[in-house]
Write a protein that binds this ligand. Structure first.
Ligand code: SDX
Length: 392
């Protein structure tokens, strides 16, 4: 059905492409969504407003925001048959395997009604993905916990609804603490988009072939899972746990600097930031606030994280290589304090990043370009004739 269309994201030899959505200055540690600094959005905006901004390029009027929020709220339910996908997984399956599978399965339920060359149908698919990811991720959490799925409620906001679907049980409704919901919402905002990172580039490349948006987002989920990318938040908290106490930090710093040791400080370093990741700063403040609220400010893991950051930032290896904490360094501490197991950290990252992925896919589709085809520098054997086995 879809016309053959062309995509050329302008991949140059460095693999870059043009976009109007997110700007990063790695040297200055600056991150802008459609020109607005992440620090201001994290403080003054909320996730669904940031979704509107990323998708349509401008902050919404009240009427536009109300309409957008209503459209999202009305699409939070999954097709009842999608519940069956969960029971096909082992209970101990990593939730990212479940989320990747269920998001991909959306292609079987919504793809046939999505003509990707029709802007309105692209819009419907976009709203469905933003609306349903919290339900898909929450149900992956419930499935692993052996608890019944909890349906979304239309009287709760986006973050409240996600916490409700994760922590309510038939015997007791979860009482959403507004401050925890605000912290959850802020985590969604901080992870919403980040220019052409590995998973976003995966979504763009998949979309350039004409694949449906649900399959493209599933490809993004798969790429995000890696410990060098979105999987770092889980790996970071497990590393902080392994370090255990402040006096063990020098041992791990030494390992991280040893060229022969594959160990890296999880939550540290970045391909683009050669200064502080601005998201890490906001996340650190949020960690203090949330743990203080929960009365666990003397959390040993937070103490190890802060001391590790302090020691690393004074160490010449990290200073010379310009390695700073990134978005994944403190996020896990907050999520664990909220009650999430480490296996849920990356699915929450995927939920948050869905708007970034689909905004970039939308931008690419609107610019109707050719299929992506990164080239290579061939370093293999020169032309040679076949040799029979007798002659080898
Ligand atoms: C995310 O791209 C994005 O925008 C991603 C992301 C997003 O929002 O989408 O920001 C999310 O993925 C954040 C990154 C999460 N990953 C981690 O925290 C895992 C730990 N970090 C690293 O694995 C590493 O820093 C990377 C993968 C993030 C970047 O690795 P690179 O490309 O090797 O980084 P680099 O080229 O800047 O490294 C410079 C040097 C290298 O040593 P040399 O080859 O020069 O001798 O620093 C070393 C690296 O080996 N190094 C580290 C290190 N990170 C880099 N050494 C110890 N510990 C680390 N964490």
């Amino acid at each position: 059905k879809a016309d053959v269309f062309t995509f050329d994201p302008g991949y140059t030899s460095t693999g870059s492409c043009e976009s109007k959505i997110t700007f990063i200055d790695g040297e200055k540690g600056e991150l802008l969504y459609r020109g607005y600094p992440i620090e201001q959005l994290a403080e003054k905006s909320h996730y669904l407003e940031v979704c509107y901004l990323l998708l349509y390029g401008e902050l919404p009027t009240k009427a536009q925001m109300d309409d957008f929020e209503t459209r999202v709220t009305k699409h939070t339910m999954l097709h009842e048959q999608m519940r069956n996908f969960y029971s096909g997984f082992r209970r101990d399956a990593h939730p990212m395997a479940v989320v990747c599978g269920v998001v991909g399965a959306m292609s079987a339920f919504y793809h046939d009604s999505t003509d990707i060359n029709d802007p309105w149908q692209r819009e419907v698919a976009t709203i469905r993905l933003i609306a349903k990811l919290p339900t898909i991720v929450a149900w992956a959490f419930k499935y692993a916990a052996g608890q019944p799925f909890v349906y979304p409620r239309n009287d709760l906001n986006y973050a409240e609804n996600f916490l409700h679907m994760c922590f309510s049980v038939p015997a007791e409704e979860y009482k959403v603490d507004p401050i925890l919901a605000k912290a959850m919402d802020r985590i969604f905002t901080l992870h919403a988009d980040h220019e052409q990172n590995a998973s976003t580039s995966t979504v763009r490349l998949a979309g350039s072939s004409g694949a449906n948006p649900f399959a493209c987002i599933a490809a993004g989920v798969a790429c995000l899972w890696g410990p060098a990318h979105g999987g770092a938040n889980q790996a970071c908290l497990e590393m902080l746990r392994e370090i255990g106490t402040v006096d063990q930090i020098p041992t791990y710093i030494k390992k991280a600097k040893d060229k022969n040791d594959p160990f890296r400080l999880m939550g540290f370093g970045h391909r683009v930031y050669k200064n502080f990741d601005p998201r890490a700063k906001v996340m650190k403040e949020s960690a203090d606030e949330v743990l203080g609220l929960l009365g666990i400010e003397n959390n040993e893991t937070l103490a190890v994280a802060k001391e590790l950051e302090k020691i690393a930032l004074e160490d010449e290896y990290f200073v010379e290589k310009k390695l700073y904490p990134n978005v994944d360094f403190y996020s896990g501490i907050i999520l664990e304090a909220m009650g999430f197991p480490t296996s849920m950290f990356t699915p929450i990252f995927a939920l948050s990043r869905t708007v970034g992925w689909i905004s970039q896919w939308k931008e690419m589709m609107e610019e109707s370009s050719k299929i992506g085809r990164p080239r290579q520098l061939y370093t293999g054997a020169a032309f040679r004739d076949y040799v029979d086995v007798a002659g080898r």
